[in-house]
Design a protein around this ligand. Sequence first.
Ligand SMILES: [Zn+2]
Length: 69
Amino acid sequence: MTTTTPVACKSCGAKIIFMRTNSGKYIPVNFDSVVGSGIPSYEIFNSKKHTSHFATCPYVATHRKKREN
Ligand SMILES: [Zn+2]
């Protein structure tokens, strides 16, 4: 019954939504790659249908642990 609603990426401001993966983790997904104004909360991320925001965010490094030096 719940619908996932889009939020703005904290790094680049792009519209994203969080989707669950097969492994139960939530990842940011480009809103553009999702049809409609939201997705049912039970829908699982599908790399063939949806685009992970990690793949396109210009600030993706800030989403991950810093690995400097
Ligand atoms: Zn971003």
